[in-house]
Design a binder for this molecule. Structure first.
Ligand SMILES: C[S@@+](CC[C@H](N)C(=O)[O-])C[C@H]1O[C@@H](n2cnc3c(N)ncnc32)[C@H](O)[C@@H]1O
Length: 179
């Protein structure tokens, strides 16, 4: 909680939340990752690591998870908590470059990025890269606090397959899945 508050005070727009995600929200996000897939899961904006923990608890192996997080203090905390997971410090807007070394297929991208508070051009660029990087059977999982569904936040050429509200989160959130 301390590291989250520190990041919030340092950069409120990038943190994009006043509280870390609840374990209920994290569990719901992890539940949409297809199990027993060849390849890797990429998590964007892992923050305190609550979703990362839920991924591990759901059975995803640490060597098959890659985390991208822009906040230095969060990255340090994530590296301490998850020493066997690849944690990349970087901006998701540079996702293709950050993952250029990865030769395995990416079957899922989960994101806690505050897309609605990032500049529109950055959001569009991230979504286009998600679209290009995901395998053809891939899934994109994003949470939002917004009550409205907006096509702008969908990756191009993907179908919206799940929209589930999570009331046990502060504030209540929604998990969206595209495939
Ligand atoms: C809503 S918060 C984290 C939520 C997380 N589930 C938690 O409970 O801690 C969003 C996270 O995205 C990170 N972030 C924001 N913009 C980013 C970007 N462009 N690239 C990578 N990470 C980013 C922030 O540093 C923050 O840790």
């Amino acid at each position: 909680m301390y590291s989250f508050l520190k990041a919030l005070l340092h950069n409120p727009r990038e943190t994009g939340a006043i509280f870390p995600s609840s374990r209920f929200l994290a569990k719901e996000m992890a539940a949409h990752v297809l199990q027993n897939q060849e390849g890797v899961v990429v998590e964007l904006g892992a923050g305190t690591g609550v979703v990362t923990k839920a991924l591990l608890q759901s059975g995803i192996q640490p060597q098959n998870i890659i985390v991208v997080e822009s906040s230095k203090s969060m990255v340090k905390k994530l590296q301490r908590c998850f020493p066997t997971i690849q944690i990349i410090e970087g901006d998701a807007a540079e996702l293709t470059t950050l993952l250029a070394h990865e030769k395995r297929e990416i079957h899922t991208i989960l994101s806690s990025l505050p897309l609605r508070s990032l500049p529109k051009a950055t959001t569009q660029s991230i979504l286009k890269q998600i679209n290009t990087l995901l395998s053809s059977r891939g899934r994109y999982i994003q949470f939002t606090y917004s009550f409205t569904q907006d096509q702008f936040f969908s990756p191009p050429h993907f179908q919206h397959i799940v929209s589930k509200r999570i009331w046990m989160n502060l504030p209540p959130a929604r998990v969206d899945v595209w495939a």
